[in-house]
Design a protein around this ligand. Sequence first.
Ligand SMILES: *Cc1c(COP(=O)(O)O)cnc(C)c1O
Length: 385
Amino acid sequence: MPTYARADVVFERGEGPYLYATDGRRFLDFAAGVAVTAFGHAHPYLIKALTDQAHKVWHTSNLFRVAGQESLAKRLTELTFADTVFFTNSGAEAWECGAKLVRKYHYETGNPQKTRIITFEQAFHGRTLGSISAAKQDKLVKGFGPLLDGFDQVAFGNLNELRNAITPETGGICVEPIQGEGGIRTGSVEFLRGLREVCDEFGLLLFFDEIQSGMGRTGKLFAHEWAGITPDVMAVAKGIGGGFPLGACLATERAASGMTAGTHGSTYGGNPLATAVGNAVLDLVTAPGFLDGVQRIAGTLQGRLEALIAKHPGFFLELRGQGLLLGLRVAPPVGDVVATLRANGLLAVPAGDNVVRLLPPLIIEDQQVEEAVAILDQTAGEWTA
Ligand SMILES: *Cc1c(COP(=O)(O)O)cnc(C)c1O
């Protein structure tokens, strides 16, 4: 179905942060499949993990124990607030698990009326009926009604409005610590801490969507770590599989107490191939010094982008984001800017609010920062010439 406005380019192979098209052109990939290929393309360690597993067993279903799934779950719980994990194939499914979990928790703990979840303006949680009902954005929901009831929306960052929206039916609050599709808006530390306090005060579950911001993208394993607080539930996907479809819903034992045998499921979720790659990705993200390196290169890139804004103030308007989850708000229409960047050899992703998203693989080095900045500089220069 023609649901995508695709760029007319076909990639034949990739190598680290570069993609090579069938017509011979080389691109610096600061799209990374929308924050997915965190270790670039054709990483030897990930290829080995996938192909080794491919020679053993691909799929057995969740009727049986899956060794790679058990080890990945154990490692994720050791590294995070979570005690338990449900695996999926995509972000939207990880988010759906979280939304269902919120309702089930209150149902099982004597508050079956607490079915509603508060979400935020410009949110993005996926394209299922549930997740578009939660995000409530015109471009996502138009023509797809009736939407699922049970979501109330307030302004991102506004704790007063949030408190006023809480009713006896509210069961949870769902937020992206850094809004991705909505235009790389960073929730402040005070805002995220405020959400934790409100949830504790009213007995609500705090549900983070870290599908885009997680798995090292901000220089911590998860973006909420910067705020020093933890959620009760968290949806993860994108970077967790490095390009292999994999998602996960992480939760505390308490929050997940209603998710008992038979209540939820997925045929493919956490299958041997996906979790073999997921374990290998986790090896790379948690390697000593790796996240420090992400913070260092992110600092370099951010500094260079600030200098570009100073050089082309009528073209680049503002730098947003954290770590390597970055957005440049631009003056011309973002689609045109992204197309020109691509023509000049740099892949980027448009986002809401006329923002060019820069989501390089986490393995970039100074050389790629210089190349990207040169292309951004050239593009701004051409535009204003
Ligand atoms: C990409 C994304 C999703 C949806 O993930 P899919 O794998 O496309 O279903 C949900 N939430 C956020 C924050 C995302 O960035």
